[in-house]
Design a protein around this ligand. Structure first.
Ligand code: FAD
Length: 287
């Protein structure tokens, strides 16, 4: 099923996982996805070498397992820096053969040695994928992409990406919902009308949130810092504070009528369960 069709009928709830890296096997990644489906997500997305992890060869395999289990839809990520049209054609064929109907079209981070071949920006990939019949999503940045000179300039580029054919958008993580609400107003003014799914990542430790802030430019509000200070050096208390904060963010976003709620689970089923349960308790999900 296509994600743009699901988004027409409801406020969606979904998860992101990454394919195996390090010692993890495809079977283990698939078992994580399987456990996450117990929380009835509308889809599970599978990253493509995110953060330069080099595990893109398993994206299709994990997406295929999710799709073929028949409990939810898979959204396969794809980055285009360093890829030729032939590479993209082969990937599209592989996900179609796997029964996957949804792709998230991304540029990928600039890393030395990975230059543009046939695609300079994600909008070029979106436009190329439009002819495939797949539902095509794209990324957006409520605080502006780290490389952009201004949020206004970033929204202009986003408009070009949507005009190229993006069916829906998924946001970068953010810790201050007001940043998202301001961004949503900017999108209305820019006549960007496709559904915008918000991506929320619970922080798990001081080190992890610092890394996030530096890699994706998300600002850390003082209310988050205060909670981390209150947790002190206790790693488990830091993790609990992160999940509780994400749950508060999600309930507020649900209440404010966002199109969909997407959880960056970091392959932890406990995060999927906790976010599901708080939205259920607040009445934004059904059993
Ligand atoms: P683009 O839309 O091309 O934008 C990148 C930058 O270029 C922006 O600053 C934009 O303003 C600018 N720009 C765009 N068009 C133009 C133009 N025509 N002229 C000049 N400047 C322009 N990375 C991975 O490697 N794997 C993943 O699986 C992955 N999943 C992600 C999922 C989500 C929801 C998000 C938000 C990000 C994800 N990323 C992933 C990270 C992403 O690849 C990076 O953020 C990357 O730096 C930008 O990708 P993009 O698709 O937004 O690029």
């Amino acid at each position: 099923m296509r994600i743009d069709d699901i988004l027409k009928g409801k406020q969606t709830f979904s998860f992101e996982i990454f394919p195996p890296k390090g010692d993890m096997s495809v079977q283990q990644a698939t078992a994580i996805a399987d456990e996450l489906t117990l929380n009835h997500p509308d889809w599970i997305s599978v990253t493509f070498s995110a953060g330069g992890s080099g595990n893109s060869q398993h994206t299709v395999g994990v997406a295929k397992a999710i799709q073929q289990a028949g409990k939810t839809q898979a959204l396969a990520h794809l980055t285009c820096l360093g890829s030729s049209k032939q590479d993209v054609d082969a990937y599209v064929q592989a996900i179609k053969d796997a029964g996957v109907q949804n792709v998230l079209a991304l540029r990928g981070d600039r890393v030395p040695g990975r230059e543009a071949i046939d695609f300079e920006h994600a909008s070029d990939l979106v436009s190329y994928l439009k002819g495939t019949g797949l539902c095509v999503g794209a990324a957006c940045y409520p605080e502006g992409h780290v490389e952009s000179a201004s949020l206004r300039e970033d929204v202009e580029h986003l408009k070009a990406k949507v005009d190229a054919g993006a069916d829906f958008l998924v946001t970068q993580l953010f810790f201050n919902n007001d940043d998202f609400y301001r961004f949503r107003d900017l999108l209305v003014r820019a006549h960007i009308k496709v559904p915008v799914v918000v991506g929320i990542m619970p922080f798990t430790s001081v080190q992890q949130i610092q890394r996030m802030a530096f890699t994706c430019g998300a600002s850390i509000p003082s209310k988050v810092i205060k909670r981390l200070v209150a947790a002190g050096d206790d790693k488990e208390a830091q993790r609990r504070a992160g999940v509780a904060y994400a749950c508060e963010q999600l309930v507020d976003l649900a209440q404010n009528g966002v199109d969909g709620l997407h959880i960056y689970t970091m392959n932890r089923p406990s995060i999927g369960r906790a976010t599901h349960d708080c939205l259920l308790k607040a009445g934004y999900l059904k059993e």
